[in-house]
Design a protein around this ligand. Structure first.
Ligand code: ADP
Length: 498
């Protein structure tokens, strides 16, 4: 039987999902399973690697069975994953030697501060990796495990210890230990990888005390990662696409060339802009990262990445703490009952402000209240604050890259909000494109796999799937836009700590 589908495995921070895509990029079947979040101490976050693997392999089978797809109808597998999370296992037994340290875990913050205290060292790390030294990335997590897990160092010295981000761990499990590899996008989040040369870097390995023997082999994102061979599971399905979640989403959003950008409106926002073969160094604290490339691409392609800490979380706050809406979707209907915010601005600096302000001490505020302000004005101002924050990050990227964002491809829960999307188009003065299938992350992994096997012939075939995008065109007068941006910046200035 001819293969008709691609299986995307989307291993996220709180759940594992599997989606079966058809040739037109539509969802044919899916399954999802949450797994345990382990908090051994305040600020520490762990996952059990066996639960990651069992939930992921479980939903893969469930998605096939529930949508009546047989293994021989699956052309190939694409994997996308929570980034930076660190797994270490015994190469001989395949057993993890400890829990995975999750990207959010802060336990190695003092270690990073100590190792990168010298500004020259911090600058070296930044120049080679494109990252701002931080405990998020895998390097210090590996070091912590080597220093604190009994027997880890001895195993490493014997060449029997494997490190991997979650993609590597899943590839190892799926291939039954035949392949220990990762892709360039995941490697670029370890803080051990030279993003310019495209290889593990000795100076960084020395700095973090990581032996080269633990490292996976690095391959392009659309490449051969072996075939499934886990006992009891369908065997022989090729794994041909691998990318970290945000880079997979950029690819799934068809941002294949310089200047193309996507934003995900989830709990927070993740904005990525493709910068072609140029690794743009940000002067505003954004990170430079490797983008996933189609097969046959010469050299490495890059992206600038920025985030907004509080986006959909603000809408949850309106619902759960203020109680002015019953559901996130209701924010749109409520906001639409008024023509404007009547001068109200909400600055959701619940946990400080990120790019371009970088003020960890700033706290949130609502400004411009008059006796006539209603919950509808507050809801509208809250939605607008998502768009203002995205515009701030987008303008910062444009400056850093010297490229204009004239279109933005969107996904994530809050991208369903038409009022927000129209305001985003207006305030950014850019066309917003919302695809029919907003599962961009899984779709990106599927595209990478399907392009590698020839299931899809080229990028043109993939782009053509977006014919039914919904578009929001900017319709705001320039002077109004500038006035609104100035009002927002005035509000932001007033919450800054210094
Ligand atoms: P995550 O992947 O971060 O969990 P999702 O992409 O599932 O996030 O999006 C959920 C977020 O989007 C929630 O924070 C929710 O408040 C917000 N959200 C969902 N629907 C809407 C809507 N119609 N309008 C505004 N915000 C919404």
């Amino acid at each position: 039987m001819a293969a008709r589908y691609i299986m995307a495995l989307d291993q996220g921070t709180t759940s594992s999902r599997a989606i079966v895509f058809d040739r037109r990029g539509r969802i044919h079947g899916s399954a999802q399973h949450p797994f345990r979040q382990i908090y051994p101490q305040p600020g520490w976050v762990e996952h059990d690697p066996r639960e990651i693997a069992s939930s992921q392999l479980g939903v893969m089978v469930e998605a096939m069975v529930s949508s009546s797809v047989s293994p021989d109808e699956i052309d190939s597998i694409g994997i996308t994953n929570q980034r930076e999370t660190t797994v270490m296992w015994n190469k001989k037994t395949g057993e993890p030697i400890c829990n995975a340290i999750v990207w959010q875990c802060r336990r190695t913050a003092p270690l990073v501060d100590e190792l990168c205290a010298d500004p020259q060292v911090a600058a070296m790390v930044r120049a080679k990796t494109g990252l701002v030294p931080d405990a998020y990335f895998s390097a210090s997590k590996i070091r912590w495990i080597l220093d604190n897990v009994e027997g880890a160092r001895a195993l490493a010295e014997a060449g029997q210890l494997a490190f991997g981000t979650v993609d590597s761990w899943l590839i190892w499990c799926l291939t039954n230990g035949a392949v220990h590899a990762t892709d360039v996008t995941n490697a670029s989040r370890t803080m051990l990888f030279d993003i310019h040369k495209g290889c593990w870097d000795e100076e960084l390995l020395d700095l973090f005390g990581v032996p080269a023997s633990v490292l996976p082999e690095v391959r392009p994102s659309s490449a051969d990662f072996g075939v499934t061979a886990y006992p009891g599971l369908p065997a022989g399905i090729p794994i041909r696409g691998v990318a970290g979640d945000q880079q997979a989403a950029l690819f799934g959003q068809c941002c294949f060339s310089a200047g193309r950008a996507k934003n995900t409106y989830g709990t927070g926002c993740f904005l990525l802009m493709h910068t072609g073969d140029c690794a743009v160094e940000s002067s505003h604290g954004l990170v430079t990262t490797i983008a996933a490339s189609a097969p046959g691409t010469r050299g490495i392609e890059y992206a600038l990445e920025g985030s907004v800490f509080v986006a959909g979380a603000l809408i949850q706050w309106l619902r759960d703490e203020l109680g002015i809406i019953g559901s996130a979707a209701e924010s749109e209907a409520l906001a639409a009952t008024v023509d404007d915010t009547a001068g109200v601005y909400v600055v959701p600096a619940f946990t400080g402000l990120g790019a371009p302000y970088w003020d960890a001490q700033a706290r949130g505020a609502i400004f411009g209240l008059t006796r006539g302000a209603t919950r509808a004005h507050v809801a509208r101002a809250a939605l607008e604050s998502l768009a203002f924050q995205v515009a701030d990050v987008a303008r910062t990227m444009e400056q850093d890259a010297g490229m204009a964002i004239d279109q933005l491809n969107v996904d994530g829960g809050a991208s369903a909000n038409d009022l927000l999307m129209q305001f985003q188009a207006d305030i950014l003065n850019a066309q917003i494109n919302r695809p029919q299938v907003t599962e961009s992350t899984a779709l990106g992994a599927a595209f990478l796999a399907g392009l590698n096997t020839g299931f899809w012939s080229d990028l043109e075939e993939i782009r053509a799937m977006r014919e039914r995008d919904e578009h929001f065109l900017p319709a705001m007068d320039a002077s109004v836009r500038e006035g609104r941006m100035a009002g927002w910046h005035d509000a932001v200035r007033r919450v800054l700590s210094a």
